[in-house]
Design a protein around this ligand. Structure first.
Ligand code: FUL
Length: 602
């Protein structure tokens, strides 16, 4: 990594020669000299570029997550590490089917949850017995990492690993040096025994260890292992090559700067500096002039949009009817790839070890839709490289009689990200009409507008930090969707009958008589704090209470506030339930409305 401290006096020379001499671009990080003026800082920001591996990663555009593990078999989103490894028993695992399905969807890389927060390892690690080697799957001789990596190699698919730093099984978790040693060894195994790895994904979730101690991660050591064993791998999320977009809903930012003062955790004093600038991964503005002017340093730190094709990250049979529709997936595409981000779409294999037929069919539809839309540029002449100053415009004629509703623009980010405002107009019946407008472009910006049949389109670069390098322009027609969303089909009780006996803790007479109950569900608040830890109890007489499930938390509810389903091991007879709130997603005690709870009957 280059650390450049540039003096004001050198700046004008630097800027004037940079245009023709790519070696003057600065990779990944610039530390500003105190004497720079705000305007000089903005100019420098325009010369910050991605590293080679960041650029290769950005060009993938579509990448996929595979969440698979113990949770697939317990129905949970966050396992607690006490699960019996033998629960892991896919009946028909076929990693090649995953790769083929994702390839049909247009995906170029697969990232596997080699270890999720429950600590169960999908490869036969030497670091713990909590792995596939202790399961009866393939008589304890299986290795999901190897099977998937081989299938990826066969089909020319890149491969990455998700290794959760938070480990709820490891007894050493919380004894920092001890656990860090184990984590380094796990990384070494994954990064040296399976060939080339293109992305290492470290999630940010963590909590206290079983010993009540807080784990302090040795990020420097982890990064050192990655950089030495897999120099081509980008480090994502708790890493400094790839930034979390800030939500798990598939929503990019309208204004998305890859050049940002947001410091990744690899940097010393990251949280102090981010706090000083009042920014975090979830902030709306991560790269405006105002922000850069206040910054001491800036980074090439591009956004990755992670979202699941289902509401959960892991496969749950009750979500078979909730696979995102083609329309939802296409919207996510426009909000991620179309907003200067890489999409990381999760497609979780089921208990057979296969991508479910519904998900596979949706991937195919999605791949076909995107290919069909963007293979047919409606412009007569193709775009040639364009160096645009403030106010410059270019016109392109559209094939006669063709309808368009989509525009695609790309900056040559190997020469920085620069455009701040642009507009697109169409010449219709002899007059220019504004079709759409935008702020940042970056690697790729795709915008949709009403169907029009223009003779020409006109692109104007209204504001740019220094001359913009426009690499690609295209005009397309995105057609109608063909699939429908299926309705949720769950067995609930007669909701009109329900009687609330008490509100704190919420105590409910469910149907006025004992019924068989196989689980319950909770719909979290979307805008305010939700329930994270709870105690759910059942009773036949309203006096003697028992807990039908050992589960006491809704895993990952903060980042992914979807409906939560808790299934008991066996159906339970009861008349009343009581839900005690132990802790909210923000550490408080949120209130709960009875309509947020549904009882599941067998
Ligand atoms: C989150 C995790 O806690 C989820 O379980 C999931 O792995 C998601 C991609 O990241 O923070």
């Amino acid at each position: 990594m280059k650390r450049l401290i540039l003096l004001t006096t050198l700046l004008s020379l630097f800027v004037s020669i940079a245009c023709n001499r790519p070696k003057n671009y600065i990779e990944k990080e610039i530390v500003f000299n105190d004497k720079l003026t705000p305007e000089q800082k903005i100019k420098l920001a325009a010369y910050l570029v991605p590293t080679k591996k960041q650029y290769e990663w950005q060009k993938l555009e579509l990448t996929a997550f595979i969440h698979f593990g113990i949770n697939t078999f317990t129905g949970r989103e966050w396992g607690d590490g006490t699960e019996d490894p033998d629960l892991f028993n896919p009946t028909d695992l076929n990693a090649e089917q995953w790769v083929v399905a994702l390839k049909e969807g247009g995906f170029k890389m697969i990232i596997l949850t080699a270890k999720h927060h429950d600590g169960f390892c999908l490869w036969p690690t030497k670091t713990t017995e909590h792995s596939v080697a202790s399961s009866s799957w393939r008589d304890g001789g299986g290795d999901v990492v190897r099977e998937l990596k081989s299938a990826c190699d066969k089909h020319d698919m890149k491969f990455g690993v998700y290794l959760s730093p938070w480990d709820r099984n490891a007894p050493s978790y919380g004894d920092s040096p001890e656990y860090n040693k184990m984590f380094v060894q796990q990384l070494c195994e994954l990064l040296s025994n399976y060939g080339e790895i293109h992305e290492v994904w470290f999630d940010g979730a963590n909590a206290e260890g079983p010993n009540g101690k807080k784990q302090i991660y040795d990020w420097k050591a982890f990064y050192h292992v990655i950089d030495s064993l897999q120099p081509k791998a980008v480090k994502a999320i708790m890493g400094d090559d790839v930034r979390w977009v800030g939500n798990e809903q598939g929503l990019g930012r309208e204004t998305e700067w890859s050049v940002t003062p947001l410091r990744a955790d690899i940097h010393e004093n990251a949280s102090e500096e981010n706090q000083r600038l009042e920014i975090s991964a979830t902030a709306k503005d991560l790269g405006s002039r105002k922000l850069i002017e206040k910054a001491h340093s800036i980074y090439w730190y591009p956004s990755e949009v992670d979202v699941s094709i289902r509401s959960g990250w892991f496969y749950h049979p009750e979500q078979d009817a909730q696979v995102k529709s083609l329309e939802e997936l296409v919207n996510i595409y426009y909000q991620s790839v179309g907003m200067n981000s890489v999409l990381l779409l999760n497609v979780p294999p089921d208990r057979r070890g296969l991508i479910h037929e519904i998900d596979a069919a949706r991937l195919k539809e999605f791949g076909e839709y995107v290919r069909k839309t963007f293979e047919d540029n409606k412009m007569n002449e193709s775009h040639s490289y364009w160096k645009a100053k403030n106010g410059d415009f270019r016109e392109y004629s559209i094939k006669q009689g063709e309808t368009i509703n989509t525009i695609l623009l790309q900056e040559d980010i190997e020469k920085g990200q620069r455009v701040e405002v642009f507009k697109v107009e169409g010449l219709i019946d002899g007059s220019w009409n504004k079709l759409t407008e935008g702020t940042t472009i970056g690697y790729k910006r795709i915008l949709r507008f009403e169907d029009v049949v223009p003779e020409k389109i006109r692109i104007t670069i209204i504001e740019t930090r220094v001359s913009a390098n426009i690499k690609e322009i295209g005009a397309y027609y995105a057609g109608e969707y063909t699939t429908d969303t299926l309705d949720i089909n769950l067995n609930y009780i007669d909701k009109d009958w329900v009687k609330v006996m008490e509100t704190n803790p919420l105590t409910v007479d469910i149907q006025g008589k004992e019924i068989e109950i196989s689980g319950f569900s909770y719909m979290p608040n979307q805008e305010t704090e939700s329930v994270y830890k709870y105690k759910f109890m059942l009773s036949s007489d309203g006096k003697k209470w028992s807990e039908p499930s050992s589960q006491r938390e809704f895993g990952n509810i903060k980042n992914n506030p979807m409906r939560q389903y808790i299934h008991f091991d066996a159906p339970y007879k009861a008349r009343y339930f009581k839900l005690e709130i132990m802790e909210g997603t923000e550490g408080g005690k949120p209130t709960i409305n009875p309509s947020q709870i549904a009882i599941i009957i067998p």
